[in-house]
Design a protein around this ligand. Structure first.
Ligand code: AP5
Ligand code: MG
Length: 193
């Protein structure tokens, strides 16, 4: 198996690049943001619990998202590998993911971290908010709150995997094609290793 975390702040291109990476490498895409938005659309109890946090740009409690990932791993026993997008987002989620994978005699192979300046992130998300219908894209205050959550809680995920030498920084600005090729080059190196 090849298990990859596509890491980066809100708007750094995780979703955009994930679509291409899963097509090239046949990985199963697990985006906790997409899973949560689907729960909200279906008005489930989990969705109702998550909605308030997401609308304010805050993280949903760890136990909720860890439970979703546990189910997703259980439900995809045939996967060739997983691409985690938007998960893990806290140190506790990183440790839970490592434990869930270890139970399956698996581990994270690499963390690819997209680097984009804050001004570019805000510009991209405000622009997407014109058409996305995402309640967390509609105003700059919420977008800035999401970026602040990232600095306060999510940057710890990179620190966690850095101690195992698993983090590779990739420039997340430029054309979507060029960024995709840079990500693929890093994956090829790790797959060959
Ligand atoms: P989530 O859905 O994960 O959103 P996010 O991390 O805030 O990031 P986005 O999905 O907005 O951006 P992205 O990096 O995927 O970029 P994209 O490719 O779309 O999380 C939403 C919320 O759910 C969280 O705030 C939290 O409440 C909750 N949540 C989710 N997971 C959680 C977890 N694990 N724990 C707790 N809570 C959790 O691109 C953005 C825009 O830029 C697009 O318009 C795109 O077209 C454009 N773009 C992409 N690439 C480029 C490029 N190279 N140049 C120019 N524009 C580009
Ligand atoms: Mg996304």
């Amino acid at each position: 198996m090849f298990n990859l975390i596509l890491f980066g702040p809100p708007g750094s291109g995780k979703g955009t690049q994930s679509e291409r990476l899963i097509a090239r490498y046949g990985l199963k895409h697990l985006s906790t943001g997409d899973l949560l938005r689907s729960e909200i659309a279906h008005k489930t109890a989990l969705g109702l619990e998550a909605k308030g946090f997401m609308d304010r740009g805050e993280l949903v409690p760890d136990a909720v998202v860890i439970g979703m990932i546990r189910s997703a791993l259980d439900n995809n026993p045939e996967a060739k590998g997983f691409l985690f997008d938007g998960f893990p987002r806290t140190k506790a989620q990183s440790e839970a993911l490592d434990a869930l994978l270890a139970q399956r005699e698996e581990a994270i192979n690499v963390v690819l971290a997209l680097e984009v300046t804050e001004e570019e992130l805000v510009k991209r998300l405000l622009n997407r908010g014109l058409t996305s219908g995402r309640t967390d894209d509609v105003n700059e205050g919420i977008i800035r709150a999401r970026i602040e959550e990232y600095h306060k809680k999510t940057s710890a995920v990179a620190d966690h995997y850095r101690q195992f030498g698993k983090v590779v920084e990739v420039k997340g600005e430029g054309t979507v094609d060029d960024i995709f090729e840079a990500l693929c080059a890093e994956i090829e190196k790790r797959k060959a290793a």
